[in-house]
Write a protein that binds this ligand. Structure first.
Ligand SMILES: Cc1cc2nc3c(=O)[nH]c(=O)nc-3n(C[C@H](O)[C@H](O)[C@H](O)COP(=O)(O)OP(=O)(O)OC[C@H]3O[C@@H](n4cnc5c(N)ncnc54)[C@H](O)[C@@H]3O)c2cc1C
Length: 409
């Protein structure tokens, strides 16, 4: 409740720009959704990525899971995932081929530790209608708690196909192999300095670069934590047609491989596949299997990439200003965060962030794409004000202001 009062000034008086061209930096899932929603509204979109192809960052795993899993404790996180699930599943079914690019398979959730058991109890208590409780009649897993949940809504998908479909909109131009080295604003227009061509000038920029902020001096002090992870590709060993969740996850096999995930390495940006990470994934899986899978981890293929995460588990979505401008305007909040300061926020006009989607980016990024398009095209915002504030970039500027104030004496 306190936060609602503090952040009001940052939400009101927001002015958007008239120029209908938008550069989206990053051709992962968050860039693709943002581009698609804006293109649908008639905007001219450039999607720029430094890699040789689209979907080469965290969004490039061969299979990903989209499941609406209630956190059981945070109603705004649940709101974000619910909107994200609705948006994503609509577009997936509209744009992709069932059984080949995605499947509404549902997922089986095994509680193999006390934490997951508590989560399951919570879900049962809340009578969430997408879940069904089963007694243990699954022959591939051992289950000391004797029950498991089926989430009927879960979907597996091939993220790269979805990204390609979203970006194939006629209003979208994709520039790969193009790194944005710097962005700057003059006379209300944004210039992007690119590594390989002339500069690009647009009215709006949306930064969708996951954990990578170094090239953007306006916002590179935001506390985004890189968190690298690895999935392992396991040769097909069962015919289960549902996703199996147990702390890790195992997808139904496609092209004769299951995707087994995933490891977490906070504050690390790993680029090479490691046998230890394969071992960790396999060990997690074996802890629930009735019959152990004996595989030489050195023989496995997989994929490593880095997510962007935050300390409060929310992504960073919305218009933004620099910390310096924020501090000049709202420095008094550092002394008393409860007071109201009725001054218009000095946003950098036309600059937006859509980053740090953590480990459920397939869900949250469609919510984010829709929210950014509502900001830019001046539509009414369809999520609650509380959620809008939870994901707002300036929550971290306020925290820093308070921290600096507390530590200045
Ligand atoms: C191992 C692993 C497994 C996961 N499994 C799941 C799952 O099953 N379900 C789920 O919902 N989520 C999952 N996630 C999380 C999900 O993958 C991410 O949240 C999501 O992909 C983030 O998408 P993004 O578009 O924000 O970032 P990315 O996909 O990383 O895209 C960012 C892009 O920005 C580009 N870029 C960066 N800087 C520049 C620059 N200066 N100029 C030009 N281009 C630039 C990069 O090249 C990159 O292509 C997983 C993550 C990992 C690491």
């Amino acid at each position: 409740m306190l936060v609602v009062c503090m952040l009001k000034e940052w939400l009101n008086n927001y002015t958007n720009v008239q120029n209908k061209s938008v550069a989206i930096i990053g051709a992962g899932i968050s860039g693709a959704y943002t581009a698609y929603y804006l293109a649908q509204r008639g905007y001219d979109i450039y999607v720029i990525d430094k890699n040789q192809d689209i979907a080469q960052g965290a969004s490039g795993n061969p299979q990903a899971i989209l499941y609406y899993s209630s956190s059981g404790r945070d109603i705004y996180l649940d709101e974000m995932f619910e909107i994200g699930y609705k948006n994503s599943s609509n577009l997936i079914t509209q744009l992709m081929t069932p059984n080949i690019h995605y499947n509404n398979s549902g997922s089986i959730h095994i509680a193999n530790n006390q934490r997951l058991m508590r989560q399951h109890t919570n879900i049962i208590k809340r009578r969430l209608t997408n879940f069904e409780l089963h007694h243990n009649d699954l022959d591939i897993v051992k289950n000391e708690y004797n029950t498991y949940l089926i989430d009927k809504k879960s979907i597996w998908l091939r993220p790269a196909v979805l990204i390609a479909k979203l970006l194939s909109h006629p209003k979208i131009t994709v520039l790969t192999n193009t790194c944005v080295l710097k962005i700057s604003i003059t006379n209300q227009d944004w210039q992007l300095s690119l590594n390989n061509t002339n500069n690009l000038t647009v009215g709006n920029i949306v930064i969708c670069t996951g954990f990578e902020l170094n090239n953007f001096s306006q916002i590179n002090e935001l506390p985004v934590i890189p968190n690298s992870g690895q999935i392992s590709l396991i040769p097909k060993f069962n015919t289960l047609n549902k996703i199996l969740c147990f702390g890790g996850y195992l997808t139904p096999a496609i092209d004769n491989y299951h995707c087994l995930g995933a490891t977490y390495h906070p504050n690390q940006i790993k680029q090479n596949i490691s046998a230890q990470d394969h071992y960790f994934n396999l060990h997690q899986l074996n802890s629930i299997l009735d019959k152990q899978l004996l595989i030489d981890v050195n023989s496995l293929n997989g994929r490593v990439s880095t997510r962007g995460t935050t300390s409060d588990y929310y992504p960073i979505i919305g218009p933004v200003t620099t910390y310096q401008l924020f501090k000049q305007t709202y420095y008094r909040l550092g002394y008393n965060p409860k007071q109201r300061i009725n001054i218009q926020c000095p946003y950098l006009p036309g600059l937006y962030l859509n980053i740090a989607h953590g480990s459920k980016g397939m869900l949250s990024s469609s919510f984010a794409g829709q929210l950014i398009s509502q900001y830019i095209t001046n539509q009414s915002i369809t999520c609650t004000n509380e959620l809008r504030q939870k994901v707002h970039p300036h929550r971290f500027w306020l925290k820093r202001l308070i921290y600096e104030n507390n530590n200045s004496h």
